[in-house]
Ligand binder design. Structure first.
Ligand SMILES: Nc1ncnc2c1ncn2[C@@H]1O[C@H](COP(=O)(O)OP(=O)(O)OP(=O)(O)O)[C@@H](O)[C@H]1O
Ligand SMILES: [Mg+2]
Length: 503
């Protein structure tokens, strides 16, 4: 007999943060064993709902019912006890522990003395049942974003949760990986083993997997029902009201341009002697977007770390305009070299600092933002106000800590910082991770503008659609090398797929 875990009902939920009303009298119903999508623009309140269900936030008004009975969830432990688990928008993993250790410490109760051999056997058995495999001994810090996301999902399945909330789980996965994960979840739902609440901006996934949908708009329930009753346009309109934008990328034709950025046989190895970047060579011309396509975990993360100066290559050269280049803060500024890593909350900002301060991180120690070593807050705030307006960042004030912003708005704020000054070279990794479709269109247009103004752009993305839409030339990264290159006009999808799989 399967234990019966009833559906969730939200009744009249309101949640306020300071002056921001994140949720306004939201009522919605999640049926048992359904695959329920939660949609809405960046900042609509989706994550806030999820965090109320998990007991991270306490709604100041309203009730949560589990199987028709009101329950009180004061913390994630309570939620787990009720069989509710969540995969968050930002990773919740311990970098310096292994995959196995991360799974074990996820449990609410851990015996004082662990029988490691027994645990290990159990974990191996568990892993065999799973739709994707991770090396239990690998350290989380060495996993790519895609692999981390897989671990987050495995963690919840390992905790045997019955209602799984996923906050944009596929943003860092390739379409193939996303299908793998979603089919696996769908299968559990169809077998009446799991109820899934999935927050997603991707229509392909909603229409492919979800059976029900609820849409939020500016903190209010805007509508919903059976997915099959909606068209894409109808859902988009529910999300945005009437202001759905259609945009086409304007790509200036490319003249014969000189090579701007060149990587020559870059090599970087792990302690074990296994290369992560293996004699990687590529070149990017002025006014060109060079897209690096590849399955996550093939060296993309390390390549960005090398280009941004966080990790030193063991050998090989980086050249700018034919001259050797050393990525330190000073030379990056001189060359107008901008580098945007993925997971900006972790890699590109200081969560406790304000939006304005984060936007000023690149220039706070220069005039006119400082005078005799004293940072001029007023000037920094004024500059931030301009950027917030131009880049459409939704924040209560420039002084709000950046960690209080919704995922998509953190991304916009960081992009505003990097793209607002002169850019000669831009290295950018998964720039649209977690953004809603209007934001994606905005960000892609910005990248195209930077290209059209003559910058050399190296775009690393696990989203093939993005690579194809933006790139002039595409290179495939596999096991730390570029193994194939093609101009986008001559692209064959089947060859690209084969190369990405390493054939
Ligand atoms: N801890 C917090 N402190 C202050 N404001 C917050 C906090 N968490 C969320 N907010 C605000 O509440 C609103 C809803 O945010 P939420 O994160 O729920 O949006 P979202 O729909 O998940 O957006 P996204 O698609 O960008 O992830 C936003 O305006 C956000 O700035
Ligand atoms: Mg969110």
């Amino acid at each position: 007999m399967l234990p019966m875990y009833p559906a969730i009902t939200l009744k009249n939920i309101s949640k306020t943060f300071g002056t921001v009303k994140a949720l306004k009298h939201v009522s919605l119903n999640i049926e048992q064993f359904s695959f329920h999508a939660l949609m809405g623009e960046n900042g609509a309140g989706k994550s806030t709902i999820a965090k109320c269900l998990m007991g991270f936030y306490k709604a100041e008004e309203g009730e949560i019912l589990l199987g028709g009975k009101e329950i009180s969830i004061s913390n994630p432990k309570d939620a787990h006890k009720s069989g509710i688990g969540m995969v968050y928008q930002h990773f919740m993993l311990v970098d310096n522990m292994t995959v196995a250790e991360n799974l074990i410490i996820a449990r609410d109760t851990i015996p004082a003395l662990l029988n490691w051999r027994k645990e290990k056997n159990e974990l191996e058995e568990f892993m065999k049942e799973m739709p994707f495999q991770l090396n239990l001994k690998a350290f989380v810090r060495d996993l790519s974003a895609g692999e981390k996301q897989k671990l987050e999902i495995l963690k919840m399945l390992y905790l045997k949760c019955k209602i799984l909330i996923l906050d944009e789980p596929t943003s860092v996965l390739t379409p193939g990986e996303a299908d793998e994960v979603l089919s696996f979840l769908k299968n559990l739902v169809d077998r009446k083993l799991l109820t899934v609440i999935i927050i997603s901006h991707k229509f392909r996934e909603i229409f492919g997997y979800a059976d029900a949908v609820s849409v939020l708009r500016k903190g209010k329930y805007a509508g919903g029902g059976k997915v099959s009753d909606f068209s894409k346009a109808e859902l988009a309109e529910l999300m945005l009201g009437n202001k759905v934008k259609e945009r086409n990328q304007v790509r200036n034709s490319q003249l014969e341009a000189p090579v701007k950025l060149q990587l020559k046989k870059i090599f970087n190895e792990e302690e074990a002697g296994i290369p992560i970047i293996d004699k990687l060579s590529l070149s990017v011309k002025k006014g060109e977007i060079y897209g690096v396509a590849g399955v996550s975990g093939n060296g993309q993360k390390r390549l960005v770390e090398i280009l941004s100066g966080q990790v030193k290559a063991n050998s090989g050269k980086i050249l700018i305009d034919g001259r050797e280049y050393n990525p330190v803060r000073k030379s990056m500024k001189k060359e107008q070299f901008h580098c945007l890593p993925e997971e900006p909350m972790k890699n590109a900002c200081v969560p406790e600092m304000s939006v304005a301060e984060n936007m000023a991180l690149r220039y706070y120690d220069h005039n006119p933002f400082q005078s005799k070593g004293v940072v001029k807050t007023k000037v920094i705030n004024r500059k931030a106000e301009d950027l917030i307006r131009d880049f459409n960042v939704k924040t209560p004030t420039p002084g709000t800590p950046i960690k209080a912003l919704s995922g998509g708005n953190v991304q916009r704020a960081i992009l505003a910082r990097e793209l607002s000054s002169e850019v000669e070279i831009l290295v950018i990794s998964n720039p649209c991770f977690g953004l809603d479709f209007n934001a994606i269109a905005d960000i892609r247009a910005l990248i195209m503008q930077v290209r059209n103004r003559g910058a050399a752009v190296l775009l690393l993305s696990e989203d093939l659609d993005e690579i194809i839409e933006l790139s002039d030339r595409i290179g495939v990264i596999f096991n730390g090398s570029i193994i194939y290159e093609t101009p986008v006009e001559e692209l064959s999808m089947s060859i690209l797929g084969e190369k990405m799989a390493g054939h």
